[in-house]
Design a protein around this ligand. Structure first.
Ligand code: LLP
Length: 417
């Protein structure tokens, strides 16, 4: 009887003994498999393809190192993410610099490192790049972020392309054409193509189909060569049994087939097509381990209290996200209890997993939460001055500390009294 949950060949209790809890654990083999599944299937004979990891889902120097070793591109959205990829010496031609409202300091940092691909959010931003262009000593590829006005089927907070979204050029607006003119008129800026992102945790591909059609209509209107199209991220993952995601192969094939069909239908050619998966590259490789310390009965509910909380996973409180959980050391035991799992934060919303079936717990048992690899650590905070947990990567029987647990000293390192 296997009664202890393992990640790779390491049991949850070995990991706790070595690193403590709460702990984020990544299965490196799963990340590599996810990358390969995309790279092997997101392919066409009609153009080159590129997988660009959206590192907002999870960034760390070690993750950037894996990105580099696996030779895929990387999307950064801030000076902080850019700093990490520069530190890991990622090839600047593989970096795609996104973000609305980039600061001039961030732009200068990108120019300094010769970041090749810039995704411009709006005309005002473009004017700033054009102002800097005379001092740039290489050719910058400019992709315009287009809001195609398509709402993908997902939670409201993670939709990024409804007509009034804050992201990108609205597809009906003339400033797209004014921008192309300005790029053409500016030395060192190269009009490279269009980029979109219609939402996250998407299961229904209809939004993508419509998006691709709209992008080809737009390309037709520009009446000029478009080298690169980027379709953003968005592929959904399985958090609970009610989520039925496509495989990465299916997701890739559907996009490629549609783009190929549009090329054949319209006669419009592209040289490169990319996607920017974040969640679907890392979510199912990530786990969180907590220790259950106390139990209590309220009027109708039983709570198990864990040693972390909404500060290390804000998604349940922010989006109503639902996860699957188990007691890691009672994996085969009968789930006789219906409990809610609450964290340490002084906030009634700090109930991470509501009304879940679990075995009866004792103090010291460990909770494992599945599919926490995306937007977990990257959205963690120090609310209530709780230190952020450590992050560990497991590869078979080996483990590597990728981010140290914060200390109390770390929490006060910027404070002055
Ligand atoms: N490309 C762009 C331009 C994006 O804005 C995003 C995500 C991605 C790619 C990656 O999308 P993905 O493959 O991960 O769906 N914090 C939210 C998700 C926000 C997504 C923001 N943009 C969550 O926890 O669900």
């Amino acid at each position: 009887m296997i009664n202890m949950f393992k990640i790779g060949n390491l049991s949850a209790s070995e990991l706790r003994e070595k690193y403590g809890t709460p702990l984020y654990v990544y299965d490196e083999v799963q990340i590599k498999n996810n990358i390969s599944e995309y790279v092997d299937n997101f392919k066409s004979d009609l153009y080159k393809t590129e997988i660009i990891y959206a590192s907002k889902a999870f960034s760390s120097l070690y993750m950037y190192k894996l990105v580099k070793e696996n030779n895929i591109g990387v999307d950064v959205v801030s000076g902080g993410e850019l700093y990490g990829v520069i530190k890991e010496k990622i090839d600047p031609t593989k970096i795609h610099f996104h973000g609305n409202n980039k600061s001039e300091a961030e732009m200068d940092m990108a120019i300094d490192y010769k970041v090749k691909n810039i995704i411009v959010d709006n005309f005002d931003e473009l004017k700033l790049w054009a102002k800097k262009a005379p001092n740039i000593d290489y050719e910058l590829n400019i992709l315009l972020r287009i809001n195609v006005g398509v709402s993908a089927h997902t939670h409201e907070y993670i939709i990024t392309a409804h007509p009034d979204s804050k992201f990108g050029y609205y597809i009906e607006n003339e400033d797209i054409f004014d921008s192309i003119k300005l790029i053409d008129a500016t030395n060192n800026l190269n009009f490279y193509g269009f980029s979109t992102h219609i939402g996250s945790q998407i299961f229904d591909m209809k939004g993508f189909m419509l998006t691709i059609e709209k992008l080809f209509e737009l390309m037709k209107k520009t009446n000029r060569e478009i080298k690169h199209l980027c379709l953003g991220g968005g592929c959904g993952v399985r958090y609970t049994d009610s989520d039925k995601p496509l495989t990465l192969k299916e997701f890739s094939n559907i996009l490629i087939d549609k783009v190929d069909a549009e090329i054949k239908k319209t006669g419009i050619k592209i040289s490169e097509l990319s996607i920017e998966p974040g969640r679907s590259l890392v979510a199912n490789a990530g786990y969180q381990l907590y220790t259950i310390n106390q139990m209590k009965k309220a009027l109708n509910k039983t709570y198990y209290f864990i040693d972390g909380g909404m500060n290390d996973n804000i998604r349940p409180a922010l989006y109503g996200a639902i996860y699957s959980v188990d007691i890691a050391n009672k994996i085969d035991e009968e789930k006789t209890m219906e409990v809610s799992i609450a964290g340490k934060c002084c906030e009634s919303g700090d109930v991470l997993f509501k009304d879940v079936k679990l075995p009866k717990a004792e103090a010291g048992d460990m909770l494992v939460v599945y599919t926490t690899g995306a937007y977990g650590y990257s959205m963690a905070s120090n609310y209530n001055r709780l230190p952020r947990p450590a992050v560990v990567f497991v590869n078979g029987s080996n483990s590597k500390l990728a981010i140290k647990r914060e200390t109390y000293e770390d929490l006060y390192k910027n404070d002055l009294d």
